[in-house]
Design a protein around this ligand. Structure first.
Ligand code: FE2
Length: 423
């Protein structure tokens, strides 16, 4: 828990030239020109200072396993699930922990200090659960890792998933997961939602389900999720991840659905990098983009976050833990290129997922944890445009990562100049 005075920062809300006084790892004061002599000073030089990036949807048990035991040739969701099934029997706890720890290092360097990761509970050994609980313990000083018990093979479709899910929750997993569109029938999907929501309600837990990750416009499990959330009083504690079928739904039906989701306080988590590659795979032309209806949901008052979902795993061969890359893709796919819309995309990787995860004392206000990222950019829109280096990543007032500013030095027909892509 450190003391620090950050000078001359620009904040995401548009305030410029701001000082932030940190005492004992918490923000004590935010103002113009805070006088202080006896504590370390960090000059932000007019760069953007934001609360850390938050990833609301990830799979840390699969991260960095690309090519094990083979590459996904078709690039489809179903081959990815099959490939993960081939890999599962060969997983070891040591390898799971090593890959996850390596990814957490990448995340910190990118200013990503809170991750909600699903963990597959369909392997009866629950190796991945044990491994990620250990990772959670090890990274706790610098990264908040929240775990979701995820029945990848279907809660009712897999013989042991329901028992394993309860075992995982007893071991210390935080959030109840599900995958209703992967159950054998629509009825089973609905039944899995009822069981999981009741389980969460009885224990005061949060819920985050993979929901309607499909191009089928009749995949309407989000309606059932909103219904049980409302019925059980789980307002603000439930998220639907992906929701890609909404892209293909009938507009009239969606006009009824959005107010139901809003009424229930169900949040949406879109995963633009993965869903722009996975959805519309069965289309010829025109090809659907497949991502859920992000701007329409935001306009309806629904919390929408962007998640990374996958980095170098059976489903996605790219990625580096950079949430600005995620939001950059999200704003393109959703055509959210207006100034306000781009700022909403920045919120979708910072404040909105922090709210969905229920992070304590997150934000830029007195009393909040002194967790910041200072970027080589002036404001959120420039940050989205450049996806620049994270000059400083600060946790509880202490610098935990530094990246030097890149500068290209050009020699053009005798004219020596430097380029950093900032106006
Ligand atoms: Fe996922």
């Amino acid at each position: 828990m450190s003391d620090l005075l950050v000078r001359n920062a620009n904040l995401p809300d548009g305030r410029n030239g701001i000082d932030i006084l940190v005492r004992q790892g918490r923000i004590e004061r935010i103002d113009h020109h805070i006088p202080f002599n006896d504590i370390p000073v960090l000059d932000a030089h007019g760069n953007l200072l934001t609360a850390p990036f938050v990833d609301a949807h990830f799979h840390m048990d699969a991260v960095l396993s690309y090519g094990l035991p083979r590459v996904n040739q078709s690039g489809t969701l179903l081959e990815g699930i099959a490939l993960w099934g081939e890999l599962k029997p060969h997983l070891t706890q040591e390898a799971l922990i090593a890959r996850a720890m390596q990814y957490c290092d990448w995340a910190v360097a990118k200013g990503l200090l809170a991750i909600r990761s699903h963990v597959d509970i369909c392997d009866d050994r629950l190796l991945a659960v044990e491994a990620l609980l250990e990772v959670k313990r090890q990274v706790a000083p610098y990264l908040d890792l929240q775990l979701v018990a995820f029945p990848q093979d279907g809660l009712l479709r897999s013989k042991t998933a329901w028992t394993n899910l309860q075992r995982a929750m007893a071991m210390g997993v935080d959030v109840v997961g599900g995958i209703p569109h992967f159950e054998r029938t629509m009825a089973d999907g609905a039944e899995s939602i009822r069981l999981l929501c009741e389980f969460a309600a009885e224990r005061g837990l949060r819920v985050d389900m993979h929901c309607d990750e499909s191009d089928d416009p009749l995949s309407r499990h989000i309606e059932t999720l909103a219904f049980h959330t409302n019925r059980l009083g789980l307002y603000g504690r439930v998220a639907g991840s992906h929701l890609t079928s909404m892209h293909s739904m009938d507009n009239y039906y969606v006009s009824k659905l959005l107010p139901l989701i809003r009424e229930a306080g169900v949040a949406a988590i879109a995963n633009p990098l993965i869903n722009i590659t996975l959805q519309g795979r069965h289309d010829t032309y025109p090809k659907r983009r497949g991502m859920t209806r992000v701007p329409e949901m935001i306009a309806a008052g629904i919390d929408v976050a962007f998640g990374h979902d996958c980095v170098m795993d059976p489903w996605y061969s790219l990625g580096s833990g950079d949430m600005l890359e995620v939001a950059h893709m999200g704003l393109h796919v959703a055509q959210m290129t207006g100034q306000d819309a781009m700022r909403q995309c920045f919120d979708a990787i910072t404040t909105t997922p922090a709210r969905i995860l229920g992070l304590d004392q997150y934000g830029l206000a007195p009393g909040c944890h002194a967790d910041f990222v200072i970027l080589d950019a002036t404001d959120p829109i420039e940050a989205l445009r450049l996806r620049p280096v994270r000059l400083y990543v600060i946790r509880r007032g202490k610098i935990i990562s530094e990246t030097p500013k890149p500068l290209a030095k050009l020699n053009l027909a005798g004219r020596i100049t430097e380029v950093n892509f900032r106006k």
